[in-house]
Design a protein around this ligand. Structure first.
Ligand SMILES: Nc1ncnc2c1ncn2[C@@H]1O[C@H](COP(=O)(O)OP(=O)(O)OP(=O)(O)O)[C@@H](O)[C@H]1O
Length: 575
């Protein structure tokens, strides 16, 4: 029970803000139910009036009145609960999306995006009925059940005893089967989440999957998740079928018993016919609240499981909210003896890194794979938090700044996913929605993108897809976006993949120009980028092992000479 209460609390979290509407819908439901409950008594009134030869117009009018008012109230309640259900889903989805966007980046990236998406799309739907109609239905069903039983007891105690025994059997049955149904549903949902994650990953890597001829293997893996969902679903359905069949048959049987026993009592003169009719009407009606209770119990179980999965997202650590307004931190960026690691038991990814990025100029990070270049970028962006040392902007420590303030006037060009979903214009104005048309045109020109935009069918309003722009063009669009933000510091993780000559030249020209206006920090993967840099920082094993200009480092650093040799090999023209 305690488990159920705490699980129920998870669901209540989403229903709580709407408790007034819930209570109102419940009151409406109770009024409608009490009308239903009154109907057999009014029927008895009709029969009793007939027996004494009176006019039945009064009681029949009353029956009609009950019907019409009951229908209106039922309609009102449906509309109310339907709207409420949508509002609850809306609230849960907002909660999730806001939570994703406020979570710490690295913890979010550890989760499978497909799994997270399933929580927004399908778990929220499962929770919809549970947090609205089911809650009301459970209270309403219980009240109607108890009310029916009380009225039956008032009508005839002997027949009531028989009915009570049947209802008790049904209740025990449901009590025994429900937990198993809930577990099976929970497992089915978990399998679906795995499927979401797997499908998303497979589609994302579809080229690799095809190239590796791994379609069948991948399909079998996803099918296994599907089978798991199906099997757990079937298990739930089977248990539900047992519960239904037994309770339905039980109630039918009890009606037959009531009929036989009642007829005998009427024949013996112990009971009026009208009482038997009214009693039978209640017995027929008994299935209503029992169905309502069990259906809502099932929906509630599914809803609670879904709500629990939605609430799991709350375990993602949040970024400090802090102030979103930019503060004047002044130019320049510095890492001072920064030590950082990705998890408590991992080794240091940065082991005392000190780098000074001046107000203007281009600083390039180079080093072998795993040296810590991306980790430097992640600390500057506030994704990876130092456990010792500090990052400063314009002399102000990040510990004094909210993550948003620390990222103000920073622009970042990612290596792998440089564009955001949407049109070319959406991408360009992503950081600085107020950029003027002239600025857009200028930046497009600087990056050699003007002809591309002119060729696209809808110009700037063309949606960016994998097929209408090349990898190099995506890179350039990402850089154009960064430049339109007029950043104080431009961070760029250069693409490792070969880019065409036009792109390479355009990128370097953009870096050169930006380095005159502000600071540029790149992770360099190309010789031309390092040769251009004002200062090169050589990293290895999470440390800075050498710094200087290209010429200085060629003299001083063995590692740098090796890296340059490797760059030369990579950028050597094919013959
Ligand atoms: N998200 C992560 N979770 C755990 N460890 C990580 C993560 N990212 C990097 N590391 C570890 O941190 C260390 C530094 O990696 P980092 O990515 O900063 O190197 P890099 O110089 O950027 O390498 P590359 O050129 O291959 O991208 C490595 O030992 C790496 O295994």
């Amino acid at each position: 029970m305690a488990v159920f209460t705490s699980r129920f609390a998870v669901l209540w979290f989403f229903a709580r803000p709407h408790r007034r509407v819930l209570v109102f819908a419940l009151v409406l439901g109770l009024i409608a139910s009490s009308m239903e409950l009154a109907t057999p008594l009014v029927t008895k009134w009709v029969l009793d009036t007939l027996a004494v030869g009176g006019s039945i117009s009064g009681p029949v009018a009353a029956l009609f009145g009950l019907l019409v008012v009951g229908a209106l109230i039922g309609w009102w309640q449906s509309v109310l609960l339907g709207t409420l259900a949508e509002d609850i889903v809306l609230g849960a989805r907002r909660h999730l999306i806001a939570r994703f966007l406020s979570a710490k980046v690295l913890s979010l990236l550890r989760k499978s995006p497909g799994d997270l998406v399933t929580r927004v799309t399908s778990d929220s739907v499962l929770m919809r009925e549970a947090a609205s109609s089911s809650l009301v239905g459970l209270v309403n069903g219980s009240v109607v059940l108890v009310g029916t039983l009380i009225l039956m007891a008032v009508l005839d105690l002997v027949l009531f005893g028989v009915t009570l025994a049947a209802v008790a059997v049904v209740a025990v049955l449901f009590g025994a089967l429900m937990p198993g149904i809930a577990t099976a549903q929970e497992k089915a949902q978990a399998a679906l989440a795995d499927l979401g994650g797997g499908t998303e990953g497979t589609l994302r890597a579809i080229k690799t999957v095809k190239a590796a001829g791994a379609e069948d293997r991948q399909r079998d893996r996803l099918f296994a998740d599907l089978d798991r969902a199906r099997n757990h679903g079937v298990r739930a359905v089977r248990r539900e079928a047992v519960a239904w069949t037994v309770s339905w048959t039980g109630i039918q049987a009890v009606i037959i018993v009531i009929l036989a026993l009642g007829a005998a009592r009427v024949a013996a003169g112990e009971m009026a016919v009208s009482t038997l009719v009214a009693f039978l009407l209640y017995a027929f009606g008994l299935m209503g609240p029992i169905m309502e209770l069990s259906q809502n119990m099932t929906a509630l179980q599914a809803g609670i499981a879904a709500a629990a999965r939605i609430r799991e997202v709350d375990a993602l650590p949040r970024e400090a909210a802090g102030d979103a307004h930019a503060v004047d931190v002044g130019p320049g960026l510095a890492l001072a003896a920064v030590e950082a690691r990705y998890s408590a038991d991992a080794r240091l990814a940065l082991a005392g890194v000190t780098i000074d990025v001046p107000e203007r100029g281009h600083v390039a990070l180079v080093g072998p794979s795993g040296a810590g270049k991306t980790s430097v970028m992640s600390t500057v962006l506030g994704f990876l938090e130092p456990e010792a040392g500090e990052v400063r902007r314009g002399g102000v420590s990040y510990s004094q700044l909210s993550p948003r303030q620390a990222r103000a006037k920073l622009a970042y060009v990612e290596q792998e996913t440089p564009v955001v979903p949407g049109t070319v214009r959406d991408n360009l104005l992503f950081v600085n929605p107020d950029a003027s048309d002239q600025d857009v045109a200028r930046v497009l020109g600087e990056l050699g993108l003007d002809s591309l935009v002119a060729e696209l069918p809808d110009g700037l309003d063309s949606v960016l897809t994998d097929t209408n722009v090349s990898g190099g063009q995506r890179q350039r669009i990402a850089i154009a976006r960064a430049l339109l933000a007029e950043p104080e510091i431009l961070l760029m993780d250069e693409a490792t993949a070969q880019v065409d000559g036009v792109t390479e030249a355009a990128i370097h020209e953009a870096i050169r120009r930006q380095a005159k206006r502000g600071a540029v920090l790149t992770i360099a993967h190309r010789l031309s980028t390092v040769v251009d840099a004002d200062r090169i920082v050589v990293m290895d094993g999470g440390r800075v092992v050498a710094q200087g200009t290209h010429d200085e480092l060629l003299d001083d650093s063995e590692l740098y000479r090796e890296l340059v040799a490797a760059f030369r090999l990579e950028s050597a023209p094919l013959r």
